[in-house]
Design a protein around this ligand. Structure first.
Ligand code: NAP
Length: 482
C-alpha cells in the first residue's frame, strides 16, 4: 500500500514518483511505502497553502472551530482503525495507542478548535491620550515538523493551534511513522477546504529541510531531537522566522525517603518504560535518597523484570518494539557503553529472544536498569530514548538538585516526597520546563509546555500556542479632545 502526499486538497504522488519503504517495527518487515518527497513537492504544498490562506484566515473563528470539531469527531469514530495503524507503524502496544495516542489526538483538535473561540487580545488606555489595542493575526503558512515517538498525538498537537488561529499548514511527519498522518489527511479531505492543511512525506534532511528553508514559510514549529533542532535553528535564524523548538530530554526522577513508596515505584516505572522509554518526558535518571535505596532497587527491578515484552497487538503486552533497527542498535550500544563506564546491569540489557513467531525479527529491547554509574558519565548525560534507566543514590537535597541539573537538557522532572515545603523548594531549583510532584505525565493542555537549556526554545500549550501562531500588532488610536 502506498501512502500519498496531501496537497491542495488532493492525495497525490510525489513529483519524483519515488517511495521509501515503511517498516513494521514489530516484525522488521516492510509493509507499506511512503513518498520520498523533495523540494518540488514542498513548493507545491506551500503554493497551495498560500492560495488557501486569504480565505481561511478570514473564516470566522466559529466556523474554523466547527470544521476542526468535525475532523475530531471523524477521528474519534475511527479510533480503532487509527490505533491499530499507529501500533503497526510505530511498534507501540495497541492498548497504548487506543487509550493514549489517538484519544489525545482527538482531544488536541477539540481543545484548540474551541480555545480559539475564547482567545482574546489586550488593550491599553494611555493616560486619556490614546487607546492601544492588540490585533493577533495569523502569520501565514506554518511549517510543522513532528517526530515518530507519538506520531498522531504530536502531529495534531502542532497542526491544531496553527489551523485554529487561521494559519494554513505544510506539515511533515517522521518518515518512520507516516501512516496516521496520511489517514488523517484522508479524513480532512472531505472536511477542510483545499490547501488549508498539506502533508508532505519524506526524509528529514530533504523534505523537512525544504520546509524549514522555504522563504515563504515564516513560522516553523519543530519537535524532535536536539541535533536536528540545532540544524533547524541554523537554517531559520538568518531567514528571521518565528521558530518553536521542542527537543530532547534526560529527565530526572527524584525519590525522597519520605515519598509514598508504592506510588513512587508505580510512577517511576511508568515514566521509565512507557512507550518503550520513547517519550521525551521519560525519566531516565532515577535518584533515590540513600536510606531507601536498597528497598527501592529491589522493588523497582522486580517490577521492571515483570513487564511483558511482546507482540504489540497482544493485550497482555506492556512493552512493544522500538521504532527501527538503527534505534534498537543505538540503545544496545548505550548499554555496552554503560558497562565500559562502570555500570552494573540489574535487569534487561539485551534484545530478548523471539517474543513470538510473528515478531521474531522485530526491534525489541528488554527494560533495563543500571546502577553504579558516575552521575556525569555519557550514559547519564546523553539521551538514549529507549527502555534504559540508571539508578543513583543521593545524600541531601542540595546534592540531588546538582545531580538533576547536571545535564545540558531541561525538559521535565518528577519529584516524589510528602513534604510540601521541600516539593516547592526542589521544584523551584530544578532547571526544567515541567516539574511533576508525586506524578508523571499528568497533562493539562492549557499549561505552558516546553523545555529549558538544550531541550527547547519557546512554549506550546494553551495560550502560548495561540500566541505563537499569531502576530501581535498594536493599533494606537489618539483619543479625540486630548
Ligand atoms: P529527529 O530525528 O530530530 O526528527 C524529528 C523530525 O525532524 C522528523 O520528522 C525528521 O524527519 C525531521 N528532520 C530530520 N532532519 C531534518 C532537517 N535537517 N530539517 C528539518 N527536519 C528534519 O527526532 P526523532 O528521532 O524523530 O524523535 C525523537 C526525538 O524527539 C527525541 O530526541 C525526543 O526527545 C524528541 N521529542 C521531543 C519532544 C518535546 O516535546 N520536547 C516530544 C517528542 C519527542 P525524518 O524522521 O524523516 O528524519
Amino acid at each position: 500500500m502506498a501512502i500519498k502526499n496531501y496537497i491542495g486538497g488532493e492525495l497525490v504522488e510525489p513529483v519524483s514518483r519515488a517511495y521509501l519503504d515503511n517498516v513494521d517495527p514489530s516484525t522488521g518487515q516492510v509493509y507499506s511505502q511512503a513518498p520520498d518527497s523533495d523540494h518540488r513537492d514542498v513548493e507545491h504544498a506551500v503554493a497551495a497553502a498560500e492560495r488557501a490562506f486569504p480565505s481561511w484566515s478570514r473564516t470566522p473563528a466559529d466556523e474554523r472551530c466547527r470544521l476542526m470539531l468535525r475532523v475530531a469527531d471523524a477521528l474519534e469514530r475511527d479510533l480503532d482503525r487509527f490505533a491499530l495503524a499507529e501500533c503497526i507503524d510505530n511498534g507501540k502496544p495497541l492498548k497504548l495507542a487506543a487509550t493514549l495516542d489517538i484519544p489525545r489526538a482527538v482531544k488536541n483538535l477539540r481543545f484548540f478548535a474551541t480555545a480559539v473561540t475564547h482567545f482574546h487580545s489586550e488593550s491599553h488606555v494611555t493616560d486619556g491620550v490614546a487607546l492601544n489595542y492588540t490585533l493577533r493575526q495569523p502569520r501565514g503558512v506554518a511549517g510543522i515538523i513532528s517526530p515518530w515517538n507519538l506520531p498522531l498525538y504530536l502531529f495534531t498537537w502542532k497542526i491544531a493551534p496553527a489551523l485554529a488561529t487561521g494559519n494554513t499548514v505544510v506539515a511533515k511527519p517522521s518518515e518512520l511513522t507516516p501512516m496516521t498522518a496520511y489517514m488523517l489527511s484522508e479524513l480532512c479531505r472531505t472536511i477542510l477546504p483545499p490547501g488549508v492543511l498539506n502533508v508532505v512525506h519524506g526524509l528529514g534532511a530533504k523534505t523537512g529541510a525544504a520546509i524549514t528553508a522555504h522563504p515563504r514559510v515564516p513560522t516553523i514549529s519543530f519537535t524532535g531531537g536536539t541535533v536536528t533542532g540545532t540544524e533547524v535553528a541554523r537554517t531559520t535564524a538568518p531567514l528571521f522566522k518565528k521558530v518553536g523548538l521542542e527537543m530532547g530530554g534526560k529527565n530526572p526522577n527524584v525519590v525522597f525517603a519520605d515519598a509514598d513508596f508504592d506510588a513512587a515505584i508505580d510512577g517511576t516505572l511508568r515514566s521509565s518504560f512507557a512507550n518503550q522509554g520513547q517519550v521525551c518526558l521519560c525519566g531516565s535518571r532515577i535518584f533515590v535518597e540513600r536510606p531507601i535505596l536498597d528497598r527501592f532497587l529491589t522493588a523497582f527491578v522486580d517490577r521492571a523484570r515483570k513487564l511483558k515484552v511482546g507482540d504489540p497487538l497482544e493485550s497482555s503486552t506492556d512493552q512493544g518494539a522500538l521504532v527501527s533497527r538503527s534505534h534498537v542498535e543505538k540503545v544496545g550500544r548505550y548499554v555496552e557503553l554503560a558497562g565500559q563506564e562502570g555500570g552494573t546491569i540489574r535487569c534487561g540489557g539485551r534484545r530478548p529472544d523471539a517474543v513470538s513467531p510473528r515478531c521474531r525479527d522485530g526491534f525489541f529491547f528488554e527494560p533495563t536498569v543500571i546502577t553504579d554509574l558516575p552521575v556525569d558519565c555519557r550514559v547519564n548525560r546523553e539521551e538514549i530514548f529507549g527502555p534504559v534507566v540508571s539508578v543513583t543514590p543521593f545524600e541531601s537535597e542540595d546534592q540531588v538538585i546538582d545531580f538533576a541539573n547536571s545535564t545540558d537538557y531541561g525538559l521535565s522532572a518528577s519529584v516524589w516526597t510528602q513534604n510540601l515545603s521541600r516539593a516547592h523548594r526542589v521544584a523551584e531549583r530544578i532547571q526544567s520546563g515541567t516539574i511533576w510532584i508525586n506524578c508523571w505525565l499528568v497533562r493539562d493542555l492549557r499549561v505552558p509546555f516546553g523545555g529549558m537549556k538544550n531541550s527547547g526554545v519557546g512554549r506550546e500549550g494553551g495560550l502560548e500556542a495561540l500566541r505563537f501562531y499569531t502576530e501581535p500588532k498594536n493599533v494606537c488610536i489618539h483619543v479625540a479632545g486630548s
